[in-house]
Ligand binder design. Structure first.
Ligand code: AKB
Length: 332
């Protein structure tokens, strides 16, 4: 009876009841608010609950349901899942690659202990769980051009180690307890209205702010550092698509997703097509450079394309035109 009570399922026609979790990054970070907006359009405003331990800005608070959730507090998480009849959970809290190296014990706590709570709650209450992974889950001994879904993964950042742990634990819970765990390895995500925090790919977001503001940018990666990147709307759409994919279409539980790959110099060249006077200079951060060089240059996402029809919409030219128009620079 106990098990039946916990796994009370909802009819197929009913929209999912969604929770987007966060500690201090994530829900209110680069991706959580955008994901909430997309899911609210699809499932209705009141069915998507955004959470954090921070006080949300007014526009976020008034855009739909918001609750205090601390993923390090198991009881708090359980209460939310029960009280709000949560059936889908998106777990976005994580310290990213560069900031994780500056604070290893916090990264370990949030990225690993927090994940354990989320996995246990999701398994106990029969919740479909999405946790993002990343290009950071690969390492210097992984194939880099391209990196396939299944290959050697020996990352050398706490962020990467915690994301390999996420992939393996999620898959373990799937096979052991039947948890409906779904995971995508995100490239660097580029967005105009929200800032990333402490990543290695952040330069590709900051460059647009700088280009619009003063026409120059000092890049902390070398000119020729090639990394996989994706525009935020593609990333959020992929996330929704994999969560909606029928179970039988998923031959795996963790998929690479790709869109484009470029170097800082190539990005600057594309920017100059719209802002001919734009200047880029280089002041390399050795930590970020070493991390970037251990990551794939290109992701092989053929399984996502074959299994559930993944297709990106934005290549480099559309990305640059869209980002510049957000920043008030009209595309040429
Ligand atoms: C980072 O740079 O740490 C993140 C990522 C690629 O996961 N943006």
């Amino acid at each position: 009876a106990e098990a039946n009570f916990h796994s009370a399922s909802f009819s197929e026609a009913e929209p999912p009841r969604v929770l987007i979790t966060a500690v201090s990054l994530g829900g209110l970070g680069q991706l959580g608010v955008g994901l909430a907006n997309l899911l609210r359009k699809r499932f209705g405003k009141d069915n998507v609950i955004l959470s954090d331990i921070r006080k949300p800005p007014a526009h976020v608070f008034h855009s739909g349901p918001f609750v205090y959730a601390n993923i390090l507090d198991y009881k708090n998480l359980r209460e939310i899942v029960v009280n709000h009849r949560i059936s889908w959970l998106f777990h976005y809290s994580a310290l990213l690659s560069a900031v994780g190296e500056a604070n290893v014990s916090l990264a370990r706590d949030v990225n690993i202990n927090g994940l354990h709570n989320v996995l246990d709650v999701a398994a106990e209450y029969n919740v479909r769980l999405f946790v993002p992974s990343t290009i950071g889950a690969f390492g210097p001994t992984s194939p880099r051009n391209p990196a396939p879904d299944l290959c050697i993964q020996r990352p050398r950042t706490i962020y990467g180690v915690s994301k390999v742990h996420t992939e393996l634990m999620g898959e373990y819970y799937y096979y052991r307890y039947g948890l409906d765990f779904r995971c995508l390895r995100y490239p660097g995500i580029i967005s105009a209205d929200s800032q990333p925090g402490g990543g290695t790919t952040d330069y590709a977001v900051q460059i647009f702010h700088a280009a619009a503001k003063n026409g120059t940018f000092e890049c902390n990666l070398e000119a020729s550092t090639r990394l996989p990147m994706m525009y935020i709307s593609d990333c959020l759409r992929a996330t929704l698509e994999v969560m909606e994919a029928p179970e039988e279409r998923l031959s795996m539980r963790t998929y690479n997703i790709g869109a484009m790959s470029f170097t800082p110099e190539e990005l600057a060249q594309e920017l100059r097509k719209h802002a001919p006077d734009f200047q880029i200079t280089y002041c390399v951060d050795p930590l970020r450079q070493a991390i970037a060089e251990s990551w794939p240059m290109i992701l092989d996402d053929s399984n996502a394309r074959k299994d559930w029809g993944w297709k990106h919409g934005f290549d480099l030219p559309e990305l640059v035109a869209t980002m510049l128009s957000f920043h008030g620079v009209s595309a040429r």
